[in-house]
Design a protein around this ligand. Structure first.
Ligand SMILES: Cc1cc2nc3c(=O)[nH]c(=O)nc-3n(C[C@H](O)[C@H](O)[C@H](O)COP(=O)(O)OP(=O)(O)OC[C@H]3O[C@@H](n4cnc5c(N)ncnc54)[C@H](O)[C@@H]3O)c2cc1C
Length: 459
């Protein structure tokens, strides 16, 4: 996979360490824009302010839903989804039938945030899914943002040039400063009886290659989906409360699909407000009624145009985000097909042509309108990614906060085994790269605290 295939946004710009790392490493970022380019289900195009108004109205309703979730978290029925709330809210807006329908169509884009359909999103725990705050940072540091349209907000930054340099910076303290074993799959994490060991290091780690090591304490950073599927890797078994906490969370299924063209044939501003001579950076295709073969669920599609980012990192590539059942359909259709093969290529093209062929200047006969390279991620079938993208708080989860606390605590105090990763992140950073980072810091502090406690007051 490429460094583009996972995350590409920095969620929350206030006090987010990744904002500073992005600046230090000259990573090209820009403030995430509102959407102002929408194809409705029947193929009609809404552009400019019309589309933006619709999008912002939807965002307003999501904000209201989040506030409602925060204020009423203990009393909301765990079976109620964000979709249940949203449908009622749309119906009470005093809109005519057509406007309601449009608002319902764009509401489906929640799937692109969490990787699963809005129908599964727990309303009770919705407040934990909002990202870290932002906005201030942009106002104070406009230089950070290298490409910006008048529509930009800076709650989120889009990383246009990939996370590569950020990743290298975060990895720096580890590489060359510790005994690092790459490509070593852990298959067993065993707590030995203390009497069995002459030294205190009583956590035995085994890898698939047969390597064994003993540690005083361990921070396990395998993904949620791995922990759910590999409870038997721990012996003695994890406490039932921890197994239940892990099982009550879900893995979302967000996938990214790249289509690379010989040139950006769509680069004409047809009131898409993408900037002079540019089509809109992001376009939504709501409830498509014209692609029933490959999109029987009329799942919303979202395309991002890499041709619009800062010129030094721009390229004629479209990025589609897909989620949930849509992801399952495509990744299953691609199973067993070799990347680069004609069949792989054609399968991807047949999935996305109904959408990209609607962009301005498309000409079916013109070779520049045909992708020359395509790539789909397949996190759903990836053991090491935990069979999905990241944690999703789905109905009927009862107490998301207590669940995450149980996971963060893991078996630390009793066995010196801690968990870190996006599934163990603080609320508001759950599912994100910054949340994973902060959970690692928290686990490291717990390790030090326990070490000090075990060493006694003299240490
Ligand atoms: C398509 C997509 C888009 C995303 N977009 C964003 C975004 O824009 N912004 C954002 O903040 N986040 C985004 N994320 C989420 C972000 O990538 C995750 O939150 C973050 O990577 C989680 O880090 P982690 O360390 O918890 O897990 P991971 O990054 O999944 O790392 C887990 C590691 O454990 C290793 N591993 C697994 N099993 C074993 C084993 N048995 N033995 C040894 N090692 C093992 C894996 O190889 C992997 O290296 C996105 C994710 C996806 C999939």
């Amino acid at each position: 996979m490429t460094p583009y295939s996972g995350c590409n946004q920095i969620h929350g710009t206030d006090h987010n360490p990744f904002v500073d790392i992005a600046r230090r490493t000259n990573t090209s970022t820009f403030g995430q824009e509102d959407i102002h380019s929408i194809f409705l289900g029947d193929g009609r195009y809404l552009s400019g302010e019309k589309a933006q108004r619709l999008y912002l109205r939807k965002e307003e309703l999501f904000d209201q839903a989040t506030a409602y979730s925060q204020e009423n978290t203990n009393t909301i029925d765990p079976n109620v989804s964000l979709w249940d709330w949203y449908k009622q809210a749309v119906a009470s807006q005093g809109l005519d039938h057509e406007e309601q329908d449009q608002l319902l169509q764009v509401g489906q884009d929640w799937g692109g945030y969490v990787g699963e359909a809005i129908e599964t999103q727990s309303l009770r725990n919705l407040w934990m899914e909002t990202s870290l705050p932002g906005g201030q940072f942009y106002a104070e540091n406009p230089l950070l943002i290298s490409a910006l349209t008048s529509y930009a907000r800076a709650d989120n930054l889009f990383v246009a040039s990939s996370y590569q340099k950020i990743l290298e910076t975060v990895a720096q303290p580890v590489i060359g400063h510790c005994d690092l074993r790459l490509n070593a799959e852990v298959v067993s994490i065993q707590t030995l009886p203390t009497s069995d060991s002459e030294h205190r290091a009583n956590t035995l780690i085994k890898t698939r290659g047969g390597h064994e090591d003993r540690f005083d304490q361990v921070i396990v950073t395998t993904p949620l989906g791995w922990l759910q599927k590999n409870t038997a890797a721990f012996s003695p078994p994890m406490p039932a409360s921890l197994v239940d906490a892990l099982a009550s969370l879900s893995m979302g299924r967000l996938e990214k699909v790249f289509l690379h063209f010989p040139k950006a044939w769509w680069q004409h501003d047809q009131d898409g407000l993408g900037g002079q001579g540019k089509f809109a950076t992001t376009t939504l295709f709501g409830s498509p009624e014209y692609a029933s073969d490959t999109n029987p669920g009329k799942w919303i599609q979202e395309v991002f145009l890499y041709s619009n980012v800062a010129p030094e990192v721009a390229h004629p590539t479209m990025l589609f985000y897909i989620y949930g059942e849509n992801s399952r359909l495509l990744t299953e259709a691609l199973q067993g097909l070799a990347l680069g093969s004609q069949e792989y290529h054609e399968t991807v093209v047949s999935f996305f042509k109904p959408y990209y062929s609607r962009l301005p200047s498309y000409d079916d006969q013109d070779p520049v309108c045909r992708p020359i390279k395509v790539l789909s991620t397949d996190w759903e079938h990836d053991d090491f990614a935990g069979y999905g993208s990241y944690t999703h708080l789905a109905t009927p989860l009862k107490d998301g906060l207590a669940t995450i606390q149980t996971i963060r605590q893991a078996m630390g105090d009793d066995r010196g085994i801690w968990f870190a990763g996006e599934h163990a992140a603080p609320p508001n950073a759950l599912s994100t790269i910054v949340g994973a980072y902060q959970s690692g810091e928290a686990a490291a502090k717990s390790v030090v605290a326990l070490q000090k406690k075990q060493a006694g007051p003299a240490a």
